[in-house]
Each structure stands twice: as C-alpha cells, then as structure tokens.
Design a protein around this ligand. Structure first.
Ligand SMILES: [Zn+2]
Length: 345
C-alpha cells in the first residue's frame, strides 16, 4: 500500500513516500481504508526528533483519519459494517490500567498514539481496535471528519471537561488560526459563549470575526490583558484557552476574572514562563493541563457537531504523494484551519 513514512529524524529528507506492507488486522481490530488525514504539530516533532516517544523506524506518520471499514470481526458487525464511513480516535489504550478502568482513558499509562508509537494514518490502510472506530455522522466529507480527531477533541476536553464552560461565560482564545484555537472558537460559540480571540496577524483576526468571534485583539499592536479587561468592563474572562506558552502566559493570567480557569495544551513559544504565584492564589485562579480526549468525549464531540453543524475549517488539501508540502504549510504558521492529506481512492 502507499504510505508516507519516516526513515530517520531531521527535516523532510527523512519523509519517504512509497510502498509499505498492508497492516494485518488482529482480532478485535478494524481494518480501515483511509481517505483523508490531517497534519498535526506532533507530525513535525516526530519528523524532526521523536525524542521521548518510544517508536521504531520505519514509522508511518499521521494521527487522525477518516475512511471506510474494509475488514472487521463478524461480532463487530452489530455496530459497524464493511463499507461504512468512519472516523478514528487516535489513542490506543490498554483498557486495564487505573485510568482506563475509571473511564479517563486519555490518561492511560500505556497509551499508543497513531503516527507516534505505532504506524499512523498517512497510508491507504490502518488497523486499530474496534473501540477507536466511530461511525461518521451523515453529510460529512472525509477531510472534515479526519480534522476532528485531534484538534477538536483536544478543544472539547479543554472547554467542557476541564474548564466546565457555561453558555453565559466569556472565553479568551489565544493564537487564532491554529487547529486547536479555531476548534475552541467554533465549539465555544456553538455552546453559546462569548469568544474573544487573539493573533499577531490582522488577516487571521478578520477571518475569525467572520467565523463568529465576538471580539479580536491584535497581540502585535495592542496590550492583550488591558484590551481584554476593557472589553469585559474591567472584569476579565471566565476561561482562557491557550497553547502558545511563555510568550502569552502573563497576559493570559492577567486576563482572567477572579476564580477564572486557564487551560493549556501546548507551549510552542516556550514552556517555562514565570508562574505569577501571588496572582494565582490571591485571585484563586485555576490552571489545567490538557491533551487530546477520551473515547467518551469523542462520542460526545461527534454528537455535538452532528447537532450544531460545527465543521472544522480546512486550510488546504495535499495529495499523499506531496505530504511534505502539507508539513511545510503547517510549519509556516500561515495556515488558517487544518492542512489535509488526501489519500487516493
Ligand atoms: Zn490504560
């Protein structure tokens, strides 16, 4: 089968596009014929280093994906059937550890992620446990569906599980344009919240306003915390959704109302900001770390998007044979929405 796989680490030269053996489906697994996947920051990390992530080379890249069921156990046909359109949850868990047993499977101590610990989705086929395969709601195209599996799932857990966002609240989303930030904007708006977005790029702010953001703050020309306080009558926001890291951490804490909640899922500008502990305890701020989401949260996300019509934004689509173009596009930081890898049918 055709696949994009890593033969080493360090730049696009280690990304090969060629033939790999089709995965052999194990009992309890579903073999999926993939039609689309998207690129995520971790694909760049795996390409460039992969340090700290147990894996063997060659490794097929790609975390998220959508396609059709190619092969499955007979008893699985109560839930899925051959030819059915499906979307994947990218985290394969043990089902036995303390965290899996209490239903917080995203904390699994033996979690294997597609494209990191095992072969991923930039390929014609992938075989994953049946519980990771979800029927696609009606009317979705493959690229939109694939785009849900990492960024929207991450944003869902941040907003609704960690921050417990309520409809009358105000959310501040940093770095609009990135996948998680756009997902947070869409999901928070669909849930009824007021959303303020930030970016250093005026064009991205314009597009976010067109998508429904209530207010936009330009981080290159405005003081973010002061502007957010002005926009909220001096009060501050209830929830901050943040994955920029050190460059905005101080502004993020200063933008929160007393008792406000900050959720972080990334640190692209650095992971060691000043903690501002006095502000945290005096104003009783809550800080949550979050990454990806559980199988149950993915089911909730799919139902929510089916009901509300939320669809991921697609920046651009690139054929599997030109996957390095897709990686470059993500690395440029110029994208607005998800960069798709289209897998020939
Ligand atoms: Zn586990």
């Amino acid at each position: 089968m055709r696949a994009a796989y890593l033969t080493g680490h360090g730049g696009n030269e280690v990304v090969c596009i060629g033939e790999r053996p089709r995965p052999v489906r194990q009992d309890g697994e579903v073999l999926v014929r993939l039609h689309a996947a998207t690129v995520n920051r971790v694909d760049l990390y795996m390409r460039d280093s992969g340090a700290g992530i147990t894996h063997t080379l060659p490794l097929i890249m790609g975390l998220d994906g959508a396609g059709i069921v190619a092969e499955l156990d007979e008893e699985e046909e109560r839930a899925l059937r051959p030819g059915q359109r499906v979307v994947l949850h990218p985290g394969i868990t043990c089902g036995r550890c303390e965290f899996c047993r209490r239903g917080d499977d995203v904390l699994c101590t033996a979690m294997q992620l597609l494209g990191e610990h095992r072969d991923g989705t930039f390929a014609e086929y992938v075989s994953v446990p049946a519980r990771n395969v979800f029927p696609l709601p009606e009317g979705w195209d493959d690229a939109e569906a694939a785009a849900l599996g990492v960024n929207h799932l991450t944003a869902w857990r941040m907003l609704f599980t960690q921050a417990r966002l309520r409809a009358h609240e105000t959310v501040l989303v940093f770095g609009i344009g990135g996948g998680v930030s756009l997902a947070a904007l869409q999901l928070a708006k669909a849930a009824g919240a007021r959303v303020i977005v930030t970016s250093r790029d005026a064009a991205k702010l314009e597009r976010a306003l067109a998508l429904g953001a209530d207010e936009a703050v330009n981080g290159s020309t405005q003081d973010i915390a002061k502007t957010v306080l002005a926009l909220t009558g001096g009060r501050g926001v209830d929830v901050v959704i943040e994955n920029v890291g050190a460059a905005v951490w101080g502004a993020a804490l200063k933008s929160l109302v007393r008792g406000g909640r900050l959720v972080t899922c990334g640190a692209t500008s650095g992971d060691q900001p000043g903690a501002d502990l006095r502000r945290m305890f005096i104003r009783q701020l809550k800080v949550f770390g979050s990454t990806l989401g559980t199988l149950a949260e993915f089911a909730d996300l799919l139902a929510f998007c089916g009901r509300t019509g939320v669809r991921p934004m697609i920046d651009s689509s690139h054929a599997l044979e030109r996957v390095t173009q897709a990686l470059d596009r993500l690395e440029s930081g110029q994208q607005f929405g998800k960069v798709v890898v289209a897998i020939g049918q």
